[in-house]
Design a binder for this molecule. Structure first.
Ligand code: MN3
Length: 242
């Protein structure tokens, strides 16, 4: 049960599209929480987390993880499928492709894909960019790229943290690469995804209050500091090498 959802698995799922993704079995963890309503022959599905809800304790608490994944992420999936129910052609496309081609989608579904589809995609990345006993510093080519762009890992971490803490309202902070492989730190509002701006997101932190309020209340900076302890740099590396 609960097969490990590596970054490579995730990218494969994103790439092979909704039909295959919908066939993913859900773990008992999710089934015990609430059966998803959108799991069917057509449409997107919520994959199980690659670790238990309490696996990121004490940094991220189990209750927040359970609600965040089982309720919030599930809602994005459910709403996305509902919005696209009359568009089987779009339901069959990979979520990343829908977001990349957002501007060309029918106006009637564009906002739903932006919000609900962005929510689905952003959270998939969020889950896979974390792991128990994570943290530390990246290795390999990503280290060279971060050092080359920011001067040092410490400077990168400081700038990324500041972007996450200072972002006004709900949204995300990201490490992204552009089509030439150049790194940058960006933030996005609501569930807007850097994918729609032509970037490949490598690492993202959710700074919506639902991501931290139960444990940290208004102390977003403490949440960001705790989150560094669960970053899965192996997964970030895989994204960088795409
Ligand atoms: Mn969230």
């Amino acid at each position: 049960m609960n097969p490990s959802l590596s970054r490579r698995d995730l990218l494969k799922q994103i790439g092979i599209g909704a039909a295959a993704l919908a066939a993913q079995p859900l773990t008992k963890l999710i089934a015990a929480n609430e059966p998803p309503t959108a799991d069917g022959p057509k449409g997107f599905a919520l994959p199980p987390l690659p670790y238990a809800y309490d696996a990121l304790e004490p940094h991220l608490d189990a209750q927040t993880m359970q609600i965040h994944h089982g309720k919030h992420h599930q809602a994005y999936v459910t709403n996305l499928n509902a919005a696209l129910k009359d568009h089987p052609d779009l339901l069959a496309k990979p979520i990343e492709q829908l977001l990349r081609e957002l501007a060309t989608l029918p106006a009637t579904v564009r906002t739903a894909v932006r919000n609900q589809g962005g929510g689905h995609y952003n959270h998939l990345l969020f889950w896979t960019c974390m792991k128990p006993k994570g943290g530390g510093e990246p290795t390999g080519k990503l280290t060279e790229a971060i050092t080359g762009k920011f001067g040092s890992f410490a400077v990168f971490k400081e700038q990324f943290s500041t972007a996450a803490v200072k972002h006004f309202g709900s949204g995300w902070a990201w490490l992204v690469k552009d089509k030439d492989g150049a790194l940058s730190i960006v933030t996005s509002a609501n569930q807007d995804s850097p994918v729609s701006d032509g970037f490949i997101p490598l690492l993202g932190i959710d700074v919506w209050e639902h991501a931290y309020y139960l444990k940290f209340q208004n102390r977003r900076a403490e949440f960001v500091a705790a989150w560094w302890n669960v970053v899965n740099w192996d997964a970030v590396n895989l994204g960088f090498e795409r």
